[in-house]
Design a protein around this ligand. Structure first.
Ligand code: UD1
Ligand code: CA
Length: 451
């Protein structure tokens, strides 16, 4: 770790008009987390001492997201978009108060690996005054070009619109990510002018200005996908794809089996234990953890849920927020749990809705069991004791308690608490008429013959 304090400035003032969205671009999600959230997490991996986010006027939702991070970012407003240097200078107060390194990130570049940022910082540790993250672009059109001397030091960054023919032929491009170790970053940034093709204040001009003061500028290269910028929905989907590919690979490297990894969708915070097996077509929304040895059968959807060790869930199971599946428990097809705990070894194998309740260890929930938890105004709880047996097609009208070891006869609508080890049955007595069907058939056949 570098001994110097670090200030990270995240630029997020761009409107993102190409997204064609009511939502500011940087709040669009990848792996269940906003792009801004991803960039801030990358900054946090460097243990930043201070974090500033620069937003545009009226971007209250972006401000709220920045403030919601841990630790909260300081938010600055860039009143008019006059270029990347002007954007960084919107955080002037933070820059003035800071003694140490400064790292500039873009909030629409969400796939930066922490190792890449560490490598960039390492160049500052090794004495560079500026370190710029560059990449060999498949198609360099639109990017600033990194111009280097014979020893590989960066001499200037030339924006495409200002570049000569020869400079445009350079394929080494500027990602936009820059780190500074200068005595007076503010002094350099405020010297940047706007005498260029776009009439903007280019952050990239900091390289030539700092060099004039005797600083060295270095390039650290990374893969193009690490610095993929998102400007449109199709680029969002590409970024999502890269995120997913990385997340699956990381999970498999930690001991998860995926039969068809390309069909498993993970969130930024999905936690999967050792020897978890995941069949095809499973979606993990945010906040899901799965303990060791659990098995997820095909076609499930999970969000803010926990699956215990050795449990078996699916196929076609839905776990909604607050679902907590105990160790060795089974959840089967077309079973939905919400805000409900299924105890150790308990089973709910078919066609059930279990919302707002708890089910004791070893209990058996029959096919078609419904927790009737909502009266149109309030939600109520259903509590089922250990080892209870709920027969098929039972409606349990909450609030309700079923004691340990109790039996519920199938087809019952249970509205009152059931004592431990009792049988509760709610169904009209069966009426049987011997020989009725045979007589009925004979009568009807005779009637038909007459027509
Ligand atoms: C910038 C770089 C270019 C680099 C490219 C990588 C400059 C002058 N050029 O160009 O060398 O190859 O990024 O994508 O820096 N922003 C603000 N306020 C502004 C302007 C920009 O917040 O006034 C933010 C944008 O929201 C965006 C980022 O800064 O996240 C980059 O801005 P953009 O306009 O896309 O820069 P480019 O012209 O593409
Ligand atoms: Ca851009």
């Amino acid at each position: 770790m570098s001994p110097r304090p670090l200030l990270v400035v995240v630029l997020a003032a761009g409107q993102g008009t190409r997204m064609k969205s009511a939502l500011p671009k940087v709040l669009h999600k990848i792996g269940g987390r906003s792009m801004l959230g991803h960039v801030i997490a990358a900054a946090q991996s460097l243990e930043a001492d201070a974090l500033s986010v620069v937003v545009g006027p009226g971007m209250d939702k972006v401000r709220a997201e920045a403030v919601a991070q841990e630790p909260a970012a300081r938010v600055f407003v860039q009143e008019k978009q006059q270029g990347t240097a002007d954007a960084v200078l919107a955080a002037r107060e933070a820059l003035a108060a800071h003694k140490g390194d400064v790292l500039v990130l873009y909030a629409d570049t969400p796939l930066l690996p922490p190792e890449t940022l560490r490598a960039l910082r390492a160049r500052l540790d090794a004495g560079a005054g500026i370190a710029v993250l560059g990449f060999e672009a498949k198609d360099p059109a639109g990017y600033g070009r990194l111009l280097t001397d014979g020893d590989g030091w960066l001499t200037a960054i030339r924006e495409e619109k200002d570049a000569s023919e020869a400079e445009r032929a350079v394929r080494l491009c500027n990602s936009g990510v820059m780190a500074f170790r200068l005595d007076d970053v503010l002094g350099v940034l405020t010297r940047i002018g706007n005498n260029n093709a776009k009439g903007e204040y280019y952050l990239t001009d900091a390289v030539e200005i700092a060099r004039a003061f005797g600083a060295k500028a270095a390039v650290v290269t990374c893969a193009e996908e690490d610095v993929l910028g998102v400007n449109s929905r199709d680029q969002l989907a590409v970024a999502e794809g890269i995120f997913q590919k990385r997340a699956r690979l990381a999970a498999m490297r930690e001991g998860v089996t995926m039969i068809a990894p390309e069909t498993v969708w993970l969130s930024y915070d999905t936690k999967l234990g050792r020897d978890v097996v995941i069949q095809p077509n499973v979606f993990f929304g945010p906040g899901v953890s799965v303990d060791d040895d659990a098995e997820i059968l095909a076609n499930c959807h999970f969000e803010r849920a926990h699956i215990g060790k050795g449990a078996r869930v699916g196929p076609f199971s839905r776990l909604r927020p607050g679902a907590d599946i105990g160790p060795d428990a089974h959840v089967g097809n077309f079973v939905e749990l919400k805000n409900a705990q299924l105890g150790k070894g308990a089973k709910a194998n078919h066609l059930s809705y279990l919302g707002d309740g708890s089910i004791g260890a070893g209990a058996n929930i029959g096919a078609g069991t419904i927790f009737c938890n909502y009266d149109g105004f309030f939600k109520h709880r259903t509590e089922i004791g250990e080892g209870a047996f709920v027969g098929s097609n039972t409606s349990l009208v909450a609030p309700l308690k079923v004691g340990a070891g109790a039996y519920i006869g199938s087809g019952s609508v249970i509205t009152k608490d059931v004592a431990a080890d009792a049988l509760a049955l709610e169904r009209s007595p069966q009426d049987e008429r011997p020989g009725w069907a045979a007589k009925f058939r004979a009568m009807m056949a005779k009637r038909k013959a007459k027509t």
